[in-house]
Design a protein around this ligand. Sequence first.
Ligand code: MEV
Length: 437
Amino acid sequence: MLDCDEPRTYMSETGKKFYDLTIEQRLDRLAALTGLDGTDLAVFKGADALSSDQADYMIENVVGTFQLPLGVAQGFLINGHEIPVPMAIEEPSVVAGVSYMARLVRSGGGFKTISDPPEMIGQIQILDLKDPQKAWESLLAHKKELLMEAGLGDPLLLKLGGGPRDLEVRLLEHPAVGNFLVLHLIMDVRDAMGANVVNTAVERLAPLVAKITGGRVHLRILSNLADRRLTKSSCIIKLNQLAFNDFSAENVRDGIIAAWAFATVDPYRAATHNKGIMNGVDAVVIATGNDWRAVEAGAHAYAARDGRYTSLSTWCVNAAGDLAGTLEMPMAVGIVGGATQAHPMARVCLKLMGVTTSADLAGIIVSVGLAQNLAALRALATEGIQRGHMSLHARQVAITAGAKGPDIDRLADQLINEKTVRIDRAEAIMKQWSESK
Ligand code: MEV
């Protein structure tokens, strides 16, 4: 286990914190601490980032590429490993928030994660059944044959130790179609996100399923409620880490728990609470070229699994009086396939973290979600979020008003001092400055 002192990536040789360095110095620092080489750094600098020609192969009707800021969160100690975490996000305060919380979590030994096997569910809808019960029994009686058939489409996956694992049958009903069966094909997709693997397998199975049941196979598609592929991250924040400004440690700890309790019983609050979690989650999912819509869909469906939408995270006081948090959620992400290797930036982001399995990546993502939840609850339960947000928001307003270089901070400071962080005021100040030159 590494020590819980200042994170290795946090300070530079000059004693400057990562956020105080220039972009060039930050890149040098990352290169010194990780396996990134000059080619990788060129991708971060934009020289070898995604070109329009590459993009043209990825989607249709391409006219360009769309960029987001990429930050690297600092201070994460996950399962005993120091992990610099790349985050692609346009919202200020998120990268700073998770980095700060990651440092607090070090006091309790860092984040500990655990992931289910990478099993995804493919669904086959079977309509027009004369006897659904008999069809159900026939499917289970042919389980071995069906699993064998499902695996034939992907010999490489079988070689890697993945492939079909199980079948489940469910009987559903809707007035539009009457009774129908749904066959779930459970597949271990190893280090892929799994959509292609599973969709290929369920399409392959369809004719055999129709033959066995005598029904009409309709939909054949992956389910994004990846509830067999859950990842859990837990952390402890020592009580003595929680006090700041005029807020006592007990006050902050109990305030965080009261804020969490609100989200557990109220869907209006839970939606915002979980949105904060997804601020952290999505930023890493996007930086690694994964499908954030799939992760979002899985997260919210899982948050409503008991019929009522609730918090994805849990916070409590442990026996020692410290604050303990957990976040458990479906995490269907891959480190092979899709854009994870095809997108130059995603490839370098994965290399930066040194992940070798999809479970490693899932553990990092869920830990960042938990850290972001802690950052939001800590701010909300104490001084509110606007204070921290305002300075970064003011910088964005300054940039939008046309400020460049040192004028960005100068203008942002003036807007904050005047307590008027608005674009019209920023433009007026810029005009005054240019007239007085
Ligand atoms: C803002 O992007 C996210 C928060 O609203 C999350 C929360 O309220 O828990 C601050």
